[in-house]
Design a protein around this ligand. Sequence first.
Ligand code: AVJ
Length: 320
Amino acid sequence: TTATNPKVSFHDYQPELESFRAAVLLGLAREHKQIPPKFFYDERGSQLFEDILEQAEYYIPTVEKRLYQEHAADMAQLIGRDAVLIEPGSGSCEKVQLLLETIRPAAYVPMDISGDFLRKASCDLGAAFPWLHVYAACLDFTHELRLPAAVPEGRRVVFIPGSSLGNFDLPEAQHFLFQIRQLVGKGGGLLIGVDRKKDKAVLERAYNDAAGVTADFNLNLLVRINQELEGNFDLEAFRHEAFYNEQLGRIEMHLISRKAQTVSIDGEVFRFAEGESIHTENSYKYHPQEFGTLAQAAGFQSRQMWTDAGQLFGIYYLDG
Ligand code: AVJ
């Protein structure tokens, strides 16, 4: 057995299974079938997402990592010492590790919908950074941004790497940024990585990796429905599709029915035409001015942006 680290605590706000059932049954009853992307992240989905991060075509992690490494000192300067650093959708907590020694926060609050994954990531982080106080919160951050009561007072800074914001459409993104502004308050801050608009071919390759990991990630949603909601999806009868919708500035991911078929979930029957899609994800891309306008409307003031030579990705620091 391993000794538990007293500096690491876990707070479960139970992002319930019931919401998954409701979202699937409602989403598949719509004229244009859809399921929200947050349901990708069960244990296996979280692992598949980690595998996506390793794919050469998925440029975001490499580019973003280099930006944190190059500009950690500047970022830490803006964030200040002894902050309460909050990360919605923390996943494996990999990126924050590039900054922790430089930022030296008083507390780190990772938030994730995937409980077992969050537990392990927090323990590993506590072991790698023995001085760090970790307050892990298992919750659905698209639903609520709640801080465990045990989190100490201090200047709050929210950290959102990886372009997680991309999953929200414009009104949702607006609302989410507003919620963050409420959480950090005046005097708080936001450090956020946002993927930029760019060449269509580069974008489409990133979501159609040659190894098929993104396809497995997408199809895992059907595996999850089969396992948790007594579904009978035939995985061979659906295929992954991802393309850049230039007009709307977003990557769209779909699961396409290869034939006319019916699927039953939890006793309910759903009909699919050949070629019909389940829309599973949007990933919006932003020009720096577009993101600046959005953040400003939510009450933030842009302080700095860092980008790579290829202008693939932007990291922004904003004041509350
Ligand atoms: C976690 C939303 C930033 O949109 O790039 C990656 C998710 N989906 N490949 C993204 C994702 C397919 C990712 N975000």
